[in-house]
Unconditional design. Structure first.
Length: 117
């Protein structure tokens, strides 16, 4: 499989790991839009939210169990979790992933994070 995130999980591509367990791998985003911007991914390849089913939903549950641990380790109590599903939503890597953003007070638009296009 030629998946960027699978290669990161397997150590073929370097990353700055912030958390790992049997089901979950988390690492720093290479283009952060907040002081804390981590990507949290299942160790099993799942393309996107549309492919979550009874056979793999345990991985998603484990991600949401890991997120508070990651946030605490990153020194944040408030954070935003984002997952894009599909091209029109901006999903560029076709491996289910959750952006955990924190370390700054956020509003509703991208400009609240200091990013505008």
């Amino acid at each position: 499989m030629d998946c960027l995130f699978c290669k990161i999980i397997n150590g073929e591509i370097p990353s700055t790991k912030v958390y790992e367990d049997e089901f979950v791998f988390a690492f720093k985003d290479i283009a952060p839009i907040a002081p804390v911007h981590d990507l949290v991914i299942p160790k099993k390849h799942i393309c996107c939210a549309n492919e979550v089913d009874s056979d793999n939903s345990e991985y998603v549950a484990k991600i949401f169990e890991a997120v508070p641990k990651i946030a605490k380790a990153e020194g944040i109590e408030s954070y935003r979790i984002i997952s894009n599903c599909g091209d029109d939503a901006g999903q560029t890597v076709k491996h289910l992933h959750f952006h955990v953003l924190g370390g700054v007070k956020m509003g509703w638009g991208a400009e609240s994070l200091g990013k505008t296009e």
